[in-house]
Design a protein. Sequence first.
Lengths: 1330, 425
Amino acid sequence: MTDDSFVHLHVASGYSMRYGANSPRALVDRAAHWGQAMVALTDRDGLYGAVKFALAAREAGIRPIFGVDLARTAQPTAGSTAQPVGIRRSAAGRTGTGLTLADRTRATPTRASPARARTPARGGVTVDPHHPRVVLLARGAHGWAALCHVVSAAHAGLQQTGQQSGRQVGRGTPSITLDQIAEVIESTASGSLVALLGPDSDVGRALARRRPDLAAHILTAYLETLGRDNVYLEIVSHRARDAALAASDVDGNPARGSALSSAFSSALAARMLTFARDQRLPAVLTNAVRYVEPSDAPVVDVLDAVRRLVPLDPRHLDRPNAEGYLKSGPAMRQVAREIVALTDSSHPDRLVDRLLGMTSDLAGSVALDPIKDLGIGSVHVPELDVLRETLTTTRNGTTTNLNPAAAPATAAAPGTGDTGDGWLRGRCERALRTTYLPTRPKGDDRTARERLDQELSIISTLGFAGYFLTVADVVALIREMGVRVAARGSGAGSLVNYLLGISGVDPLEHGLVMERFLSPLRRALPDIDLDVESARRLEVYTAVFERFGDQRVTCVSMMDTYRVRHAIRDVGGALGMPKTEIDHFAKAFPHIRARDARNALVELPELRDSGLGRLAAQGRLDNFFSLVEALDGLPRHVAMHPCGLVLSDLTLLDRTPVEASAAGYPMSQFDKDDVEEMGLLKLDVLGIRMQSAMAHAVEEIARVDEVDVVVDDIALDDEPTFDLIRSTHTLGCFQIESPGQRELLGKFGPETFHDLIIDISLFRPGPVKSDMITPFLRSRQGWAAPAYLHENLRPVLAETYGVVVFHEQVLRMVAVMTGCSLAEADEVRRNLGSLDTQNEVRTWFYPAARDQGYDLDTIEEVWDVLRAFASFGFCKAHAAAFALPTYQSAWLKAHHPAAFLAGVLTHDPGMYPKRLILDDARNLGIAILGLDVNTSGATYRVERVSPYDEPPPEILGTPPRQSPPTPGVPDGRAYGIRLSLADVLGISEREVGRIVTGQPYASLTDFWSRATASRPVVERLVLAGGFDSIYGLGFSVGVRRRGQVTRRDLLLQVADLDRDSRASARATPTRSTRSTRSTRSTDGTDGTDGTETPQEPDVQLSLGFDPGADSLTTSGLAEMSAADRVRAELEVLGLDVSNHVLDFYDSMLHSLGVVRSRDLLRTRSNAEILIAGVKVATQTPPVRSGRRVIFLTLDDSTGPVDATFFSDVQGPYAATVFGSWTMLVRGVLRRTGPRGVSLRATGAWDLGTVHKVWREALTGSSSAGRALEAVRTLIASTDIPTETEQAQHHRVLVHPSGYRQSPYADVGTPGEDVKRPPSKLWHASPGSSG
Amino acid sequence: MSRSQIRRTSATGGATGGATDAAEIDDSRATILHVDMDAFFASVELLHRPDLRGKPVIVGGAGTRGVVLSATYEARRFGVHSAMPIGRARRLCPQAEVITPTFARYATISTAVMEIFGSVTPYVEPLSLDEAFLDVSGAVRRLGSPRVIGQLIRHRVQSEHGITCSVGAASTKFVAKLASTQAKPDGMLVIPPDRVVSFLHPLPVGALWGVGERTEERLRRLGLTTVGEIAHTPESTLQRALGHALGSHLSALAWGRDARPVDPHAPDRSLGAEETFDRDVDDPTVVRRELLRLAERVGSRLRAHGHVGRTVALKVRFADFTTITRSRTLPEPTDVAREIYATATDLYDALGLQRARIRLVGIRVEGLLASDDAHRQLQLGVPEVGWREVEQAMDKAAARFGSGAVTPARLLDQNRRSEDRGEET
């Protein structure tokens, strides 16, 4: 045996959440580097990294060993009575009987078990109970299944403790009992699991306390459970001092840290080795690895602190030193020697050899073959008889029109071992005959039949019939539920999908090819994504679970990894920084990778010039940011993937471990890539908010107008719809509302559905990068003749004027140029995506094209286009599937604007804040109806109103609602949109429910007693005008009627009512008070604010009597001003309802000559103008230059205004763009098309600051001219640094297509989310008096 | 917000030390003076570091921890203010010099300054190291009008100690204190009774004593943003909105009514000490040790003042600055550190904290009585000579050999500052 042959059997990767410091790949590579033939991955609590580990091992040529490191408890953790998730029901029923004495006298009782005296006042309970741990390795053919089951069992029953303390700290601590292990072994095979009992096991801990008797006792239980051949002692030494023996206190609670450190001492290792000899048990040497390099050790400290939610402190750290890394064979032999030297062995060398020998023997017996033992690469879809069952159900359902062919009785009945081919063919042919062909022209007959035959034969070759039948089944199930569903993705290219009712786009009509979706050259399961209404997505999940059963279905998980903001939060927390500081640090960054933190501090002007940047430049934050960067990419949290479902046969739980998601759904520990590797059928069921928005719109139309709209039946050539699209007033519409898209629409002017498909495909990174848009638009507008690369390519590219837009065109181009099949062409397309394979393609492409007789110039030219296209661009099938909801949403907006926008406001599908949508509604003439406790519901509702305002607006001093000035934009003046209760800050769903149920209310008292909302919520309702209609308030008429109640009087009344409730609650203690406020002062300085003590009401109040009705008139409080109202609306609803925020700056903006959105089209090109507005979006999209470009969208009450900040002006202005909510922007206007303008920004200033300067100058001199002068001075005072100053900080990422991209493109921008106004926004409030 | 607004008004209102209008204003009834050192700790530090004059200087805990205790006006221009976490201050003003406090220096100068006050009038009510109320009505004949006395004090403090102070003079403590705030830095503002209302009413509500952030927000919702608006709101309305006591309190203050006299012997109602940890602490052992230290300190000061107290209050401030207090009333008043410690740890244990990160702990003994008045019942089975006597012996040793001569063994390994940091009475 050579020194190098060591095998690490206990290795944690970063997939041990907040424990391990490196990726499985890094660990595998290091093992390979040391020449080790095998390596194990034994992550804590799960197999999250197992598939990635297996793949890395295969690439490195190393044999993988799979295992898990679990906490062991005597009782299952919380919720033991619950049916364990993922454990077959039959396995239950062994409770209590198998408990051994050792189980009862655990070596290490934990603090968690005894009933806690009381809930901690603050900070929550300890989150990392220090259970003893056991490593379980999978062995043999059933090993993997056993491992999956044991992990699932460890997680079972945890959902009850889920979301502990409201933070994402994981869902409790998974743990396993010996009984559960026994059950798993029983249900698989004996010997399928091997246990390693190390220093941190209960056996090890007993030995640490020098209690071999106790250790032996505990050991017996393990031997009984696992069998004598399957229990090993794990010898570990990190060369820790053996000093802290006494540190385990008398109760057996190890003093954290110090006790663990001593657990990694050679002395204990020697004792364990001796113990193994005495017990005649085999022992193996491991290094309990947590990191690849000693230098990664500080990262582990941060992870320990973060996992336990405690500050970085020696008490909380597990490692005594940096010895726990992936050591080489010789280094491990040295460790073995040191340990053996401390035993009483007379032949130390022989003992070293034996220890290492046993280690490698065990390794050899537990190494698995991923293909054979894990089943990687094989396909498992639900059994056909399950489908038959469900199809029968479908047939019995009422809506069978979507499944016309579902008649299994006539189709060939599947027997066992049947692949389902016959059945699938039967269904497809029936659909072809009965529904497809009759609607098609005669000539298509043969084409369609040939296409179907071809598709079916490919499906049959690949053995995927069951897959298609399963998906068809799920779609039918969803439709039956009355949920809107649409297929997206390349699946729309398949006729089979269309015939089965999976996809709604006819591939033959739109020239879509199947090979992009399913190719005989690929064995991977094709991808079909289903879009459903977001609000009903979980309902769909539940239905799928019910139909197929927990044993065959599971959700897919998603590993949240550290990016810069989370890394800053966790490191800051570990270092004990104040929360507000951490928050400030985190929000200063865009959503970049953690490892780019320090680069960003230098490169981004808004960071570089901030206090943070300057501190960093002084080197004060080096430690902090090196830890932040070290966390980069490490898994931090596992969550349910928003759309993935896995459907399989009964062996599913043998192949994937399952845990409960936060919502309680069973969830595989594998992510979507892993699941595909494992050959599991993944079906993406995406919740699309636009589908929900459209469903809501349809409901509102039916309710208010009594018209039934069937969105899926709308003809695709509606002229008003295209008028609207061409007007670019497309806010809220699916896919075409972004600034860039609106600009493109203005230039493009789509006229048909096909144009819409092209439009959506053009606005993608590929075409943008390859600069395809300009030539396309030139040809389209007839300014230039279309140019074709070669005459043979004309048929392929004619639909897009010679420009390559679609994947399908790439496939056909390759086929035309080389004469290969479309399936081969799709492989070529895929290989264009990476630099490595790109060159291979090139060496094949040139000769192949030459053979077809093309000259070198043409080949060269075509190749350049193909290369630039890389793997980007868009699949036309996908675009067609996308264009459908785009068209549908535009149709709804064109014909039913109020209902559509009510849907958009309710389900918030878009990129903009709701207040912009509200503004859009206003601009369409739709009345915005304020919050009203008597008419507002849980959603935004449409009300019919008189098209002309009553009373006439002149009386109220407000302008009347205008019909939209732009042609093609609908007039919504006959409707109003009533605001929703759901948007009230802090209101709960139950409160909304109670309020709606109790409607109508006669008075505030009535509301207080029946709706029982919390006091803060009632106060907010008052402030936002929810009671205005009851009390006849709501118009800011200058003259106040005598005795008129104000919102402020109502506020006082709420206080009275609250006092009254408390008083009567004291009298009758059974009635609970509804105080929701904490009694802690936030800054400690405010302690004298003695308002907390409930006061006896001044007037004795009795129930039924409206308290304070008399005193309402004598409060002496003025009604809220217009500015007060808007402020209250923003605070309570996040929306400015009664006035636009910008209205309060009107006079200044007018004096400055600020151009409004609606006037932009009338402004001449190249003029330098000022615009102003409320920020509604910032984006940093990828652009050709490789520089960062900031797109800013402002809303100025007449519509959105877009401005572009190129890198040369970002220096002084980026901080303002990201940090301010209202802004004044200077820029140069350029006309780009019939309805297109763009603004190149040359400066940005916080509008509040500008206004303050204005107001102060105005009060100082009372001359508008002076004030104007002051503002102009302010604007002129900012310098733009020279280009060279900036150029030195400039990195670019280079893509395989040769495209250069800024590392800061396409990531979330710094600062707060723009969807809600900032909490402190009126610091420089205009309008308020004083 | 309130703070800055006050300052802004002072800049425009400009009623500082100028003597031009001195003759016109009848200041004879503005006999209550509030004297407040300008950026006291920072100014004292500048005496030792003249090279830093004119530069932003912050006095506060070292490293990234602790809060700003004092900052020069150069630093305040960047938004730095006291009680702000040091980390934030450094970010706002990276160029500032941060100096660790040397409390002994401040105490020395404070004592000397208080002596100056004492030479003017016996009616001096110190509020802290750096501010005091003076009632000068008895000194007017001897020294001149309150304005003259104010200038005299300002002059003496400056010439004898090299630091500046600001003085507010009015007929009530409340208005005098507001006036000194307005006068800062290095200024004086006299508000005679007939000008009180016009002085008060434009001020933001936050200027009123007893209005914190929460109350300010509540008042704003009712449309009350200035003191004048409060004044013109019926008292009953304020009471409905804020509760009985606070409502009438604010109503009175808004009209400048404040009956509190300057009381040189204001009996301590409570006595306490608190400590901010160098870093947030979640280790119960460390917290208990700190409680013991604080209890020792409070106990010895109770005995020094001849007080006993009946209620022990524990204050805990968490890492996120939320603060809780818990208190327990003892059967017998005490001045024994042991008893205070036992009660405080009981209160602490009852919180059931497991991993909460604590920023500050404090102990306060309330309901003080003179120890002579409190008769102590003998308890059965407890030796009559107990901890009280031990601690008295410790006091004597400390008096003779310096503080810390005798100390509980548990505190021995602590390498502690001797300054009573963050202490208040």
